[in-house]
Design a protein around this ligand. Structure first.
Ligand code: NAD
Ligand code: DAU
Length: 376
C-alpha cells in the first residue's frame, strides 16, 4: 500500500483487522498480505462460532502477521494494540453477521455490533486524537494519517420493491432485522464520531458476498455442502427473494480502493450488479454441481430443492447502485457471476478438510487447547 503510511514508524502501514478470522476478514487479510507484503497486519478476533483460524492458514507463518484473541468490546485491549503495534488503519469487520441468528438470539448482535463498534471508536479517538500520539504527528487538519474503515451492509437500507431503483448512499435507512438494525446503529455511531470528533472515517455498505471460507450457515456454502452430502436444500418462502451477489475478493478490492483514495467521512456502496432470485441461485449451484460432480442416484441435484417456512421479516429484494465508488475510485468487480460461482464451487470441492472441520466442530481445537472446554 503506497499512499497511506504509518506516521509513527516507517513508510509501511500497520493495520488492525477486527473479525479477521471470519469469512470476509480472512479473505481480506490473505489479500492484503499478498498485495502489500511489507505492511503489518494485526487481527483482533474473539473466535466466536464464526471465527476460524484455518481460514488464516495462508498468513500464519508471515512475520508481518499477528493474531490476537480478544473481544472488540474490550476497549483497553484495543487501545493497547493501537499503541503497541503503531496501528494507523483499522479495518472493522468484526460482527455477528447472520440474519437468522439475530431473530432467535439478538443480544450478541447488540453487544458486538453496537457496543463493540462504539468501544473501538472510543479506543481510536483516545489513542489517535486525545493522547500523546497526537504530539507525534503534524497538527494539521489536512494531514489525517489515521483511518477507521467500517465495513457495513446494504441491509441497512431495508427492502426494495420489484420496480424500485437500487440503493444509493442517500437511500434512507430502514433496517428490518435485528441484525440490520444493529449494523445501522453502528453506521450512525461511526458517522457521529466523524462529525463530532473529526475521526478519519470511511464506511462501505456492501451486498451479499460469496467465496472461500464462508461459514456454512449462509445460503451458498450451506447449499454446496448439502448437495455434496445429498441433503435437502431448504429454500425459504417462494424462493423469489432477490439478492445482489459479489465475489468476496472484489469486496476486498473495493475496501482497498477506499483505504487508498476514499474521502474522509464518506460512505461508499459496493455491489456486484448481479441480482438473482434465490431460486436462480439454487438452480445455478445444482447445474454446476451436476456437471462437476454428478450424483450416482439423482438425475439432477435440483430434486433436493425443498420449500420451507419463510424467514420472519424476510427482505424481498436488495440491489446496489455502485456508481459512486466506480466514478470516484475506479471500482469494477473483476469476477462475473459465472466465474465467481465456479471458483467458489471449486474451492469447496478442493478444501473439503476446511468445511468438514467446521461441520464436526474440530475447527475449535485451538480454543480447546488454549482454554479447555470453558470457552464460548
Ligand atoms: P463472519 O460472521 O463470517 O465473521 C465475523 C468475525 O467476527 C468472526 O471471525 C468472529 O469471531 C468475529 N467476532 C464476532 N464478534 C466479535 C467480537 N465481539 N470481538 C471480536 N471479534 C468478533 O462475518 P462476515 O460475513 O465475514 O462479515 C464481516 C463483516 O462484513 C460484518 O461486519 C458484516 O456485517 C459485513 N458484511 C457482510 C456481508 C456478507 O455477505 N457476509 C455483506 C456485507 C457486509
Ligand atoms: O446483503 C448483505 C448481507 O448478506 C450481509 O450483511 C449478511 O451478513 C449476510 O449474511 C447476507 O445476508 P442474507 O440474509 O441475504 O444471507 P443468507 O445467506 O442468510 O441468505 C441469502 C438468501 O437466501 C436470503 O434471501 C435467505 C435465503 N435462504 C438462506 C438460507 C440460509 C434460504 O432460502 N435458505 C437458507 O437455508
Amino acid at each position: 500500500m503506497t499512499t497511506h503510511h504509518s506516521p509513527l514508524t516507517s513508510n509501511t502501514s500497520h493495520l488492525l483487522v477486527t473479525g479477521g478470522a471470519g469469512f470476509i476478514g480472512a479473505n481480506f487479510v490473505n489479500y492484503w498480505l499478498n498485495n502489500y507484503p511489507d505492511d503489518r497486519v494485526v487481527v483482533l478476533d474473539a473466535l466466536t462460532y464464526a471465527g476460524n483460524l484455518a481460514s488464516l492458514e495462508p498468513a500464519k507463518n508471515n512475520p508481518n502477521f499477528h493474531f490476537v484473541h480478544g473481544d472488540i468490546c474490550n476497549q483497553e485491549l484495543a487501545e493497547r494494540l493501537l499503541r503497541d503495534e503503531s496501528i494507523d488503519t483499522i479495518v472493522h469487520f468484526a460482527a455477528e453477521s447472520h440474519v437468522d441468528r439475530s431473530i432467535h438470539g439478538p443480544d450478541t448482535f447488540i453487544q458486538t455490533n453496537i457496543v463493540g463498534t462504539h468501544s473501538l471508536l472510543k479506543a481510536a479517538k483516545s489513542v489517535w486524537l486525545d493522547s500523546h500520539s497526537s504530539l507525534l504527528r503534524p497538527q494539521s487538519s489536512v494531514l489525517k494519517p489515521y483511518r477507521f474503515h467500517h465495513v457495513s451492509t446494504d441491509e441497512v437500507y431495508g427492502s426494495l420493491g420489484p420496480e424500485d431503483p437500487p440503493f444509493t448512499e442517500h437511500t434512507p435507512y430502514a433496517p428490518n432485522s435485528p441484525y440490520s438494525a444493529s449494523k445501522a446503529a453502528s453506521d450512525h455511531l461511526v458517522r457521529a464520531y466523524h462529525h463530532t470528533h473529526d475521526l478519519n472515517i470511511t464506511t462501505s455498505n456492501c451486498s451479499n458476498n460469496y467465496g472461500p471460507y464462508q461459514f456454512p450457515e449462509k445460503l451458498i456454502p450451506l447449499f454446496i455442502i448439502n448437495i455434496l452430502e445429498g441433503k435437502p436444500l431448504p429454500v425459504y418462502g417462494d424462493g423469489l427473494n432477490i439478492r445482489d451477489w459479489l465475489y468476496v475478493e472484489d469486496h476486498c478490492k473495493g475496501i482497498d480502493l477506499i483505504l487508498q483514495k476514499g474521502r474522509p467521512g464518506e460512505v461508499y456502496n459496493i455491489g456486484g450488479n448481479c441480482e438473482k432470485t434465490n431460486l436462480e441461485m439454487v438452480e445455478t449451484l445444482c447445474k454446476n454441481m451436476d456437471e462437476r460432480k454428478p450424483s450416482s442416484s439423482l438425475t439432477s441435484y435440483s430434486s433436493l430443492l425443498t420449500f420451507v417456512k419463510d424467514r420472519p421479516g424476510h427482505d424481498r429484494r436488495y440491489a446496489i447502485d455502485s456508481s459512486k465508488i466506480k466514478k470516484e475510485l475506479g471500482f469494477e468487480p473483476y469476477e462475473s457471476f459465472e466465474t465467481g460461482i465456479r471458483k467458489t464451487i471449486d474451492w469447496y470441492l478442493q478444501n473439503e478438510s476446511w468445511w468438514r472441520a467446521v461441520m464436526d466442530g474440530s475447527y475449535r481445537e485451538w480454543l480447546d487447547r488454549q482454554y479447555g472446554q470453558k470457552h464460548n
